[in-house]
Design a protein around this ligand. Sequence first.
Ligand code: HSE
Length: 380
Amino acid sequence: MKVAVLGFGTVGKGVYDMLLASPTLEAGSVLVRTGKCDAPFKTDSIDAICADKSIDAVAEVMGGIEPAFSYCAAALKAGKHVVTSNKALVAAKGIELNTLARENNAGFLFSAACGGAVPFLHNLELARLSDEIISLGGILNGTTNFMLDKMQSEGMDYADVLKEAQALGYAEADPTADVTGLDALRKIMLGCAVAYDMLPNEGLLNEGIDSLSADDVKHFQSKGLTCRLLAKGGKVGDKLYAYVQPVLVKADAPECAVKKNFNMAKYLGKNSGQIVLMGQGAGRYPTASAVVRDLECLSYGQRVMMHTECRQVKADNGGCVCSYYVRMPKMYADSFELECAENEGDNVRAVTKSISVKDMHEKVKAIRASGASVFFAELS
Ligand code: HSE
């Protein structure tokens, strides 16, 4: 199978290297931006790739929705298989691309878009055949896990550790999606699509670590707590919930053992019980290995990961309830029903009584609208 690569950034270079080394796959041309064709294997023409009869598949690793969507659609219409590591693309346009793949007898696989090297979506696909998946989620962003780990173990500042995660190729080109939880949210959206044939596209909630300070981390450590960014999804009756938020876990929680750029993806099957998968969730070769794994799956005959029945739905996070740790200016403390509170200068560090995920995210949004700095995390 001859493969053209769309994009030559961190992951694209890794995929190209792996194709050159592969005994079963052949490297085709690499699509780069206009004016960047500085080697014979590079092209700036998607039309040339689509017209090239020797190309069987394209690996889209450019990121972003456009022009990635137009290029993938063009490749599928030309009868070429598409594999992608682009979660923004699949979360926004996955159903359309899946339909185009079916209409053109082509494949559309995207396991590299969730979990880096961790084969989470493949396992969900298998699990749903024989079991009812009650819930899914876990640590699905390598950048923020790397940051949280270093902030805690080395006392590093947020800005410095983010720069290090970028230099190591873990973060997105624009790391906003990583630190706000949007990247992990897109991954849980894909997990729900594979597990439930439901791709939630409204009612979703994401809170990241962009309000976390080094002082917050020190405070958690003094209480024996560790912060991790968790994505959660699941089905209750015919309703789906899907959200991302920081969680404070105790020292014996399995999430504490997830270090550096690692992910820990889990699902709970009605009969299987809990299944946990762990591995590198970000970085050149971990992610490239998942892209190449999908290409090999095409060789084995797999064509799609999403069923034709998959439809867009509104998520409902109103039924998910927990208590939260909150650091906020004192004047906002009466916005919540509190279990306990400690003053610290102009701020208060408090624990709320049980509240729904939806209400909590909405209340904090309202407080932040006045310019206040608030950090909150679920207490597990
Ligand atoms: N920026 C992503 C992460 C890359 O840090 O998890 C892998 O999807």
